[in-house]
Design a protein. Sequence first.
Length: 103
Amino acid sequence: MTPDHIAMPAAIRKELDHLLSTINRSPDSDELEGDGNRAENFLLDIERAKALQPALIETSYLLVEQAVAARSGELQAQSPQEQLYEPTDRSPRYSLGDQRCCA
């Protein structure tokens, strides 16, 4: 579903379209998280102002969640090397306060 299928005021539609577009262009997961949070905060403000009916607000939240999930999947597919680094050797790690590290 796209925002085009939802009846809402033009100003709200324009901002939601902009936020969804920003989500779809997020270059990495950190930016994506911030873009998703901005979109959710916008919808929270709309909800508090009672500018849309509750069903439309819920649908808009779902659109944002779907956009974030889709972009997250795209980003993961683009860069599988961004896995957490795990050292291959299992030698003990020493802290700066450990006397054995300086011996």
